[in-house]
Design a protein around this ligand. Structure first.
Ligand code: SAM
Length: 267
């Protein structure tokens, strides 16, 4: 298993992924609907945060959710059981080396995973082989370069840049959202359609202030504090002022924007 996964595997990160999924359900998942009877592969399901939505939106589909981490799968199994969801099966596996027969899935769904992989094109090619003729892939990724906020704060930008650099050092790419079209096209997928999905947050949307600006984005940047300092990427006081600046955007007059990218493509 990859041990340098930038967010780490722990309870706080699991909570963050669940918060992220709950807050963004409408924006990201309302149009992930598959025909009845579809067999869907969810690649890199993590702790099951997106699995819940996928299963709820598609009660008549069968979902096979895989992840490389047994620890995350154990959590995901618990989440799904607690919700009484029965159309999901979990398996441990590496996207680059899955043991399924070729053309065994109608559709593939992959969310917030490519950004962590050293070779996203190879991953997409591996997944493409598993899709039946006429099938599709749905890819969702963020892009940390899409962040802007009020009040502006250069320290916050520096703290965010530490996350971008750390992910790069770990072999990933947190600016991958903007690359979905070229990546899918180069992997052999056809009819790629990318739709940018902006999260716009101000005080009139208190659930997004809490669920997105604070508990998803700022929590993610706060989570890399020790790594950023240990790697001498930033001075402690600058990082802390950066985090303060991000929290400042959650006040009455603050604004925070972030764009996700969702891509549908055919094989
Ligand atoms: C940020 S999490 C996203 C999880 C989930 N899709 C979500 O949106 O909540 C990325 C997940 O990809 C998994 N992962 C990373 N590399 C993998 C690989 N080669 N094969 C399968 N899973 C992988 C990690 O274990 C982690 O659970």
């Amino acid at each position: 298993m990859k041990t340098d996964y930038v967010h780490g595997y722990n309870a706080i990160e699991n909570r963050r992924l669940q918060d992220q999924a709950i807050t963004l359900v409408e924006l990201l998942h309302s149009d992930t609907i598959y025909p009845k009877g579809s067999v869907i592969l969810e690649a890199g399901c993590g702790v099951g945060a997106q699995t819940v939505q996928l299963a709820k939106n598609n009660p008549d589909a069968h979902i096979v959710s895989i992840d490389i981490s047994e620890v995350s799968l154990t959590e995901a199994r618990m989440v799904i059981k607690e919700k009484g969801i029965t159309n999901v099966e979990f398996k441990q596996g590496d996207i680059f080396n899955l043991k399924f027969s070729e053309k065994s899935f109608d559709h593939v769904f992959i969310c917030f995973v490519l950004e962590h992989l050293p070779d996203p094109i190879q991953a997409l090619q591996c997944l493409r082989k598993l899709i039946k003729p006429g099938g599709t892939i749905t890819v969702i990724e963020g892009d940390h370069g899409s962040v802007y906020f009020y009040p502006r704060n250069d320290h916050s930008i520096k703290a965010i840049n530490c996350q971008i650099e750390l992910q790069k050092k770990a072999g990933g790419n947190s600016l991958i959202g903007r690359e979905l079209f070229p990546l899918l096209t180069q992997s052999g997928f056809k009819k790629c359609r990318v739709s940018p999905r902006m999260v716009y947050v101000d005080a009139s949307k208190p659930e997004l202030v809490e669920g997105f600006t604070k508990n998803t984005f700022t929590a993610m940047i706060e989570g890399i504090r020790e790594k950023a300092l240990t790697n001498n990427m930033i001075k402690e006081d600058i990082f802390d002022k950066g985090i303060k600046g991000l929290y400042r955007t959650t006040k009455k007059d603050g604004v925070f924007c972030y764009t996700f990218f969702k891509c549908f493509a055919e094989i």
